[in-house]
Design a protein around this ligand. Structure first.
Ligand code: ADP
Ligand code: ADP
Ligand code: MG
Length: 665
């Protein structure tokens, strides 16, 4: 076994690999970029080396730097985890050439499966079923159009070198094919340096079912059964589970055998995932991911195995820990990917500092894999995943209930998240009935919003906000008096000590509306609050779990997180953001933003679509930004004229940077 392993990654998965190494008594070397100097994975490892500036190209993707650290630190193996260099055959070879074990499959297997098209050709020869499609070498538009016509619309364009949904476009009508091909080629070229495309029949309501395989260097290959990853947003997984509902033992065995055939066909070693797209009883090979998968924990929960331990043992030359006949399934597991994404901005990454973070308690049923802590920043440089929440139950219904409860206990303030969407899915009757396919979210969009607050909940939110403002004033008053500054305005703002005689008007902004509430403080912690819907009596007591807030005889558990003027009231797992309009705070500059065209997030300018002097109408695409995993088209806010374009293609722009100098009519 290895003495010391370097983990060429960051975030939750680096932490995950370190945990197993530690359990096995293997020393760990973390690497980090300058942006991650204080990250969780850095603190967990035995030693950590800073290898470069934040952009991945200069740090986590810099093969020479990683190998130098591995040598200098005396690591005898490198674990690539997922993403970054995990599926880079050149990196696997460079490790071996440097005498360091690459914990993953042989470079030849990575290469064989690295191209979706080549993998399909190989699988076709091995007798594995494929979705009707075209993955030939001829790439001229006429050939693609002819193939699309033969396959029949709708078709799906995919990048040969694809991954993470990049370069993928569904095309409904022949007339849209040319533009889609152009967009997919551009995205693919930017992401992978390769603009070759393949075509598949676009299935209407498929399921994504994948098989976890494992192979050792002694010729053993096993299946650790399937995962259903059909709950996706824009072809990106957000909830995964094992086993797949409705798959019986016979079908499980059949899919496992096909996956093992696929692994054997490329001389596979280590952990791999064979992805299938399934419709009805049919299932087709989609691609093979030659690495540990993001969603591997659900397999661990139902098989009771540690897949990272298996990877280490196989890489060290040992036999697989178990044979097929010894592998069994127990219960049901579900994973939810919690991302810093803004649902109000079409789930764009939400950049910022995590001001407050509380995770559900972990036990044998609930596991949280995370690389971030309270106070950390979500930066534009890396994947905006905050955590993976994994739950287990004796059966699916129990697992779904535990998922709902654990999601309700998750608290994140400071960045926007997809938590409300995850909660809505977990609570959805169609999800409970396991009606899973990749169209789930789009189909149920209308019923996946957050339910409206009950009257009692709405009252509790206001009462919590009022309590927080008054408690804050009382604390300030205490501090001002202790500091002996009798002139501090705070020493006058202690309405609570008026003991029911006085009142104070509290102004809040919530969404676009301003609301003034009259608060009548009573004994410490209690108040009467005049709400538009009528007066309420509230009493709060603080404990470790937040605030126990009693409103008209009903006790709610809430938490209030203050960040400047912003108050986030967390009630029943949902964030309610209000701004306290403090009359004593200095006035803010009025922010007339009329007609400004700014970057919604930090990004790179990918394409300019207009020229200075050009007249445009409202909604005209002006330029394309590229950030994280997506392209983002910026359109004209109104009719007007382009005065100037201050940025060139390739420029990095910060959030709120003016992208186009625009003169509205
Ligand atoms: P998986 O197939 O393992 O479930 P995904 O499909 O979500 O994972 O992502 C595919 C791959 O792309 C993964 O290896 C993931 O780590 C990687 N990835 C996701 N987001 C990014 C990013 N912003 N930058 C680089 N790699 C990413
Ligand atoms: P990636 O490399 O981004 O993981 P995949 O080829 O694995 O790309 O496809 C990602 C997702 O896109 C699948 O999980 C599925 O939801 C959807 N998808 C892929 N192929 C098809 C298809 N032929 N028809 C319908 N949906 C598809
Ligand atoms: Mg895939």
């Amino acid at each position: 076994m290895f003495q010391k392993v370097l983990i060429a990654n960051r975030g939750e998965i680096a932490c995950r690999v370190i945990a197993t190494c530690r359990r096995l008594g293997i020393a760990t070397v973390a690497v980090c970029s300058e942006a991650d100097a204080h990250a969780r994975h850095v603190d967990l490892a035995d030693e950590a080396w800073t290898i470069g500036p934040p952009p991945a190209r200069e740090s986590y993707l810099a093969i020479d730097k990683l190998l130098r650290v591995a040598r200098d630190a005396g690591a005898d193996a490198v674990h690539p985890a997922y993403g970054f260099l995990a599926e880079n055959a050149g990196f696997a070879e460079a490790c071996e050439a440097a005498g360091i074990t690459f914990i993953g499959p042989p470079a030849a297997a990575i290469r064989a499966m690295g191209s979706k098209a080549a993998a399909k050709t190989l699988m076709e020869r091995a007798g594995v079923a494929l979705v009707p499609g075209y993955h030939g070498a001829a790439q001229d538009f006429a050939t693609l159009a002819e193939a699309a016509g033969r396959i029949g619309f709708p078709v799906l364009l995919k990048a040969w070198a694809g991954g993470g949904g990049k370069g993928m476009r569904a095309v409904e009508h022949p007339a849209d094919l040319a533009a889609a091909v152009e967009g997919a080629r551009r995205e693919s070229l930017a992401a992978f340096g390769d603009d070759r495309l393949l075509l598949e029949k676009y299935l209407a309501r498929p399921r994504h079912i994948e098989i976890q395989v494992f192979a050792d260097t002694h010729g053993n290959v096993v299946s650790l059964f399937e995962r259903d990853c059909s709950i996706q947003r824009r072809h990106q997984k957000i909830l995964e589970e094992a086993p797949a509902p409705g798959i019986d033992a016979e079908r499980r065995r059949a899919m496992g055998e096909v996956a093992i055939t696929a692994a054997r066909a490329v001389g596979y070693v280590g952990a791999g995932t064979v992805e299938f797209i399934a419709e009805g009883d049919a299932f087709y090979f989609m691609e093979m991911n030659t690495r540990l998968q993001v969603e591997h924990p659900v397999t661990e929960m139902v098989t009771g195995q540690d897949l990272v331990e298996w990877q280490l043992r196989v890489a060290a030359g040992e036999q697989l820990p178990l044979r097929q006949a010894d592998l069994t399934l127990a219960g049901h597991a579900i994973e939810a990917r919690i991302y810093a994404e803004d649902p109000t901005r079409d789930f764009l990454p939400s950049i910022g500092r995590i001001v407050h973070l509380r995770q559900p308690e972990q036990d044998q049923h609930v596991r949280v894999d995370t690389g971030v802590r309270q106070g950390d920043r979500i930066t534009p440089h890396y994947d905006p995943m905050i955590a993976k929440l994994i739950v287990h139950g004796a059966d699916r219904a129990t697992a779904v209930r535990r998922l709902g409860a654990a999601l309700a206990a998750y608290e994140v303030v400071g960045v926007q998240t997809n938590l409300d969407l995850l909660r809505a899915i977990a609570a959805h009757p169609a999800y409970a009935r396991a009606e899973l396919d990749t169209g789930f979210i789009a189909r149920h969009a209308a019923t996946l919003g957050s339910p409206p607050l009950s009257r009692a909940e709405a009252q509790a939110v206001w009462a919590a906000a009022a309590h927080a403002v008054l408690a804050g004033q009382a604390a300030e008053a205490g501090r001002a008096q202790a500091s002996g500054d009798p002139w501090s305005p705070w020493s006058l703002a202690d309405a609570w000590r008026l003991n029911g005689e006085g009142y104070q008007d509290l102004r809040f902004r919530r969404d676009a509306a301003e609301v003034t509430l009259r608060a009548h403080p009573r004994a410490a912690g209690a108040l009467r609050l005049d709400l538009p819907s009528g007066p309420i009596e509230a009493e709060a007591s603080e404990n470790d779990d937040g605030l126990a807030l009693r409103v008209d005889g009903v006790t709610h558990r809430v938490r209030v997180v203050r960040d400047g003027a912003a108050l986030t009231v967390i009630l029943a797992g949902r964030n309610h953001v209000l701004h306290h309009l403090d009359p004593l705070a200095p006035p803010r500059a009025a922010g007339g933003d009329g007609g400004r065209v700014t970057a919604p997030i930090p990004a790179r300018v990918a394409r300019l679509l207009v020229r200075p002097g050009e007249r445009v109408t409202r909604g005209t695409p002006l330029l394309v930004l590229e950030a994280m995993k997506m392209e983002l088209t910026i359109t004209a806010p109104s009719d007007g004229t382009i005065a100037a374009l201050p940025h060139a293609v390739g420029d990095m722009v910060e959030e709120a940077t003016e992208l186009v100098s625009f003169r509205p009519d």
